[in-house]
Design a protein around this ligand. Structure first.
Ligand SMILES: C[S@@+](CC[C@H](N)C(=O)[O-])C[C@H]1O[C@@H](n2cnc3c(N)ncnc32)[C@H](O)[C@@H]1O
Length: 302
């Protein structure tokens, strides 16, 4: 899709395009998306934006993008979830980046000696990540009720509804061993044939909540033993990443672990995190600046 730099449309709303979509519509949408979710939408995403939001216009029976944007910004606020949801990528899978789960299991066992282990999946999407965490914990502790609490959050309430239901097409888990499938999933019968449901014991371990990582206040005040923040930072620019990471640090124990996605690294925030494994990090503990004083750099978690 070719962007023009004026209010003229870069499609006419005719031919293959149902609605007129102008460069100004796109600019407004990308600014709103940045403010709301920290997600940067470069002009090459215009076709994707058009196609995903057209579905919202159709569903809401609105006849133009400008009417839709007024509805979004001046309405009762209920469209923000679907708007952000339509423009973000929810790609995920069970045991994605599998190496993280053995590191987490080892860490959780150590932490369990001093109380319940608190884990946070902060961009949980449709739930495969928090349920993979739950399965790892159940396996590690040899129990369907391990001493572990998992918080699973996402900015998009739509994906969290899927996560809460815990129902997936059977193909999503077919690569798992027969033993794991049998232990942690129930097969759908009759009209649910072809689907599996996560066992209720596993679901009990996870609490779901809508949280925008960009918000200045998060609705939970827990200090976590580990935070999964995988494959979401790539959608934020550097300054947003830093702000979010500083905030995450306030919710991560000093000996906690931070798990990033495969294409995310925290090299640009080496003052905040130390690398301690493949895309695994620990809070950086600052060295005293003067002997005798325990002084912390202002950027550091305290
Ligand atoms: C690609 S998925 C990653 C899912 C999972 N963490 C994984 O690695 O498989 C990215 C998720 O980040 C969520 N997301 C995007 N912006 C967010 C924000 N500002 N706050 C919280 N979640 C956000 C999206 O809704 C989406 O579900």
């Amino acid at each position: 899709m070719q962007l023009s730099n004026s209010t003229s449309s870069f499609n006419s709303g005719s031919g293959q395009h149902e609605y007129r979509f102008t460069a100004d519509d796109f600019k407004r949408i990308s600014a709103l998306m940045y403010q709301r979710a920290g997600v940067c939408l470069p002009p090459k995403k215009a076709e994707m934006v058009y196609s995903r939001l057209s579905r919202r216009l159709r569903l809401l029976e609105l006849d133009s993008f400008s009417v839709y944007l007024d509805y979004l910004t001046k309405g009762d606020g209920s469209e923000w979830g679907p708007f952000v949801g339509a423009l973000t990528t929810h790609l995920t899978s069970f045991f994605r980046e599998e190496h993280h789960f053995s590191i987490l299991a080892e860490h959780a066992v150590k932490k369990a000696s001093s109380g319940r282990v608190k884990l946070w999946s902060s961009a949980a999407s449709t739930g495969e990540e928090p349920y993979s965490i739950a399965i790892s914990m159940a396996e590690q502790f040899g129990s369907l009720a391990p001493p572990v609490d998992i918080m699973a959050t996402d900015v998009d309430p739509g994906v969290l509804a899927t996560a809460r239901a815990g129902i997936y097409p059977v193909e999503r888990i077919e690569f798992l061993s027969e033993q794991i499938m049998r232990r942690y999933f129930l097969r759908g019968g009759k009209e649910n044939c072809g689907y599996v449901k996560v066992r209720p014991e596993l679901q009990k371990m996870v609490t779901f909540n809508t949280v925008n990582l960009l918000d200045h206040v998060w609705p939970h005040s827990v200090q976590y033993d580990a935070v999964f923040c995988r494959n979401v930072m790539i959608y934020f620019d550097r300054s947003t990443q830093k702000r979010v990471l500083q905030h995450v640090l306030r919710h991560l124990k000093t000996d906690g672990l931070f798990f990033a996605g495969h294409s995310e690294n925290l090299n640009h925030v080496a003052d905040l995190f130390d690398h301690c494994g493949k895309t695994v990090y620990r809070p950086h503990i600052c060295q005293p600046v003067c002997s005798g004083d325990v002084a912390y750099g202002e950027e550091c978690y305290a």
